[in-house]
Design a protein around this ligand. Structure first.
Ligand code: AMP
Ligand code: MG
Length: 333
């Protein structure tokens, strides 16, 4: 339902967010599908609603730059860019703070976080009133086009989200510029209405992941290395048993199997997605040789969960060889 951004409308939006629900939020770029960034389950619902086949990390929307130091490390270049362009359509990818309270799922399991302060007055009021940052991708199914009015959102998701705050037509209508400042060299991850030249003027050279004069920019490798999270231990998928020295990550009813942690005892895929990165990290820290994961059904959010597990299992050849030992049938089906 489309709701006017009156004090009552905003209060109702906050009530739903607190409950872990996902709502439509106007921003100056496009409408967002917003959830409480602290709640893993609410963030998992975003992926479920969007029907995304992968866990792309999400942009975290904050009310002002004062808030971001609780979440991320802010280098001087980021400080300068926030002063110049916030609130506005510039997203910065920064290193997560050690005690960052924001859902790991919103980071796609990475050690970095994308943050932005939207310039739309209704988004600002909502986030300030709610008191916590909101994770929000564009409010459309993963194959659809980004919505630029409340009725666009209603058309795409009206029967799924309980509330869409009406903020009129989006002024910009184009997604934010994304700049990665988590490494020394700033890297442009997505062009947008804040142009390369404007970024250059504040932080000096900015690299692009695109081919430049036919040559691949050399900083690509270090930045890219961190774009997919994988545990350091070998990962064995579709496991129906648990071998010696292995941690077993369960899903659903594990019967008599000795599961170490269970993604969702009820076999709920939203709960499993919410727990995925946190549990993998937990098992990766303990004294296990490898991690085995029970089968996850290939439906709904199970598709994105399997996608991430398969990528992590396939990455094994790049990992620490001292942790390998014995035979393990990685990727076995
Ligand atoms: P959307 O969800 O459509 O708003 O797009 C968000 C974009 O931000 C995607 O292209 C993500 O890959 C990118 N993004 C978000 N967080 C990160 C991160 N931590 N590292 C790299 N890219 C990110
Ligand atoms: Mg989008």
């Amino acid at each position: 339902m489309i709701i006017a951004p009156t004090p009552q409308g905003i209060a109702e939006a906050c009530r739903l967010l607190r409950e872990g629900q996902v709502i439509g939020m106007p921003t100056e770029t496009v409408y967002g599908l917003a959830a409480d960034a602290y709640q893993d389950n609410a963030v998992a619902r975003i992926f479920e609603i969007k029907n995304r086949p992968t866990f792309n990390p999400l942009i975290i929307h904050v009310a002002s730059s004062d808030d971001v130091e609780k979440f991320v490390e802010v280098p001087l270049k980021a400080q300068a860019l926030m002063e110049a362009f916030w609130p506005g359509p510039l997203t910065l990818v920064l290193k997560r703070d050690k005690n960052c309270p924001i859902s790991l799922l919103a980071s796609g399991g990475l050690d970095t976080l994308a943050v932005r302060c939207p310039a739309h007055p209704i988004a600002g009021r909502l986030i300030r009133e709610y008191g916590r940052p909101l994770a929000a991708p564009s409010a459309n199914k993963s194959t659809g086009i980004s919505p630029t009015s409340a009725s666009d959102v209603e058309l795409a998701l009206g029967n799924i989200v309980p509330l869409i705050l009406d903020g009129g037509r989006c002024e910009i209508g184009l997604e934010s510029t994304i700049l990665d400042l988590s490494e020394d060299n700033p890297i442009l991850l997505r062009p947008g209405s804040i142009l390369m030249e404007s970024l250059n003027a504040i932080v000096g050279p900015v690299y692009s992941l695109k081919k430049d004069h036919g040559e691949q920019i050399s900083v690509k490798a270090p930045g890219m290395m961190h774009r997919h999270y994988a545990p350091h231990r070998p990962l064995r998928l579709n496991a129906s048993n648990c071998r010696e020295g292995e941690a077993l990550l369960g899903f659903g009813d594990a019967g008599s199997l000795p599961v170490t942690l269970n993604l969702s005892e009820m076999g709920n895929l939203v709960e499993a997605a919410a727990n995925l990165f946190q549990m993998l990290r937990q098992l990766d820290k303990d004294s296990y040789k490898s991690i085995a994961v029970m089968p996850i059904p290939m439906e709904g959010l199970g598709i994105a969960i399997n996608d991430r597990l398969q990528r992590a299992a396939a990455l094994e050849e790049f990992l620490d060889p001292t942790l390998h030992g014995g035979d393990h049938d990685n990727n076995s089906h």
